[in-house]
Design a protein around this ligand. Structure first.
Ligand code: ZN
Length: 308
């Protein structure tokens, strides 16, 4: 696929996101910056470019997509999955809120599962079948057999997608299914067990079990917003790649994303210092706005109830 075709594909996926989340055309934003159907192909000739990969980038007040030349050599559905996974990160704050998850219960590894669930919904909305969606992970072009940084092994990611598919087939809503799959991912992935052990856990989960006990609740909305925005900020600043880049100086797979990325040598090609400064300013503004909003809500809650 050439760059212009990839932009057409990205535009189509963005429309799917807008339908799924009832947004105006062009309404998807990350830290108030619009996500646009703009694709840049990296051309640094570094080993990382030989690996199919995609990442969101922030530049001149908008968010687009970086892809490696190797990604464009893959099949249509693999490219779509890679783009949709990144858009899945861009909507994960919305998914967390919609599915009544607590942001603290979505750590870096389950964040990747959440992005995959977002990707699956985007691809379903754009007309892909479940078989096509999971087939994108079959060839091992987009995932690794073992853990890759925060990214669980490919078969495990596919296992979570299948569990999600089966819950939807059982008639659960997308929000309920996201809640359940992410909660399972959070506890299952915490120990970074091997692919075989994780698949064993996944396969032992009943697929047509009894009704869950009542709707989930939001315990701590304030913490959720902070954590979500911190994640969003880290996401854009660090380009949150589809998976770890391999090759020279492979990062410690267990180190937190922030540490790992701060040491990246290619961070300079992400955007100018002005872009990064703007991003920091935006993050501060968004946090400040939300703090005010939270205070307002708190005051409202404390106000004595008027007569019935
Ligand atoms: Zn990711």
């Amino acid at each position: 696929m050439i760059r212009s075709e990839t932009e057409v594909t990205l535009g189509r996926l963005l429309r799917a996101v807008e339908r799924l989340h009832s947004l105006q055309p062009g309404g998807l934003t990350v830290l108030d910056a619009p996500v646009v159907a703009e694709v840049r192909v990296s051309s640094s000739n570094q080993p990382a470019d030989q690996v199919p990969n995609a990442a969101l980038w922030f530049h001149d007040g908008r968010v687009g997509m970086d892809v490696t030349p190797a990604l464009l050599g893959l099949s249509q559905v693999e490219i779509e999955f890679a783009l949709a996974h990144e858009l899945g990160h861009a909507v994960s704050a919305r998914e967390i809120q919609r599915s009544d998850l607590r942001a603290e219960s979505v750590s870096t590894a389950s964040e990747e599962v959440l992005a995959d669930l977002g990707a699956a919904q985007i691809l379903r909305e754009s007309g892909r079948s479940w078989a096509e969606i999971t087939s994108a992970l079959d060839g091992g072009n987009l995932t690794d057999a073992d853990w890759s940084g925060n990214h669980p092994p490919g078969e495990v990611r596919k296992g979570f997608l299948r569990l999600f598919e089966s819950r939807l087939a059982e008639g659960r809503t997308a929000a309920e299914s996201v809640h359940e799959v992410c909660t399972i991912a959070e506890s299952a992935l915490a120990k970074r067990s091997s692919a075989a052990d994780l698949l064993h856990v996944l396969n032992s989960i009943p697929r047509s079990g009894p009704e869950p006990g009542g709707p989930p609740t939001i315990d701590d909305l304030a913490g959720l917003e902070d954590a979500v925005h911190e994640a969003a900020e880290a996401l854009v600043r660090t380009r949150e790649p589809l998976r770890e880049s391999r090759g020279n100086g492979a990062p410690d797979p267990r180190s937190p994303r922030r540490d790992r990325v701060d040491g990246r040598s290619d961070v300079d090609d992400v955007g100018t210092e002005r872009d990064r400064e703007e991003l920091r300013t935006r993050a501060r503004e968004v946090r400040e706005r939300e703090r005010r909003e939270r205070d307002r809500r708190d005051r409202e809650r404390q106000r004595p109830t008027e007569g019935w």
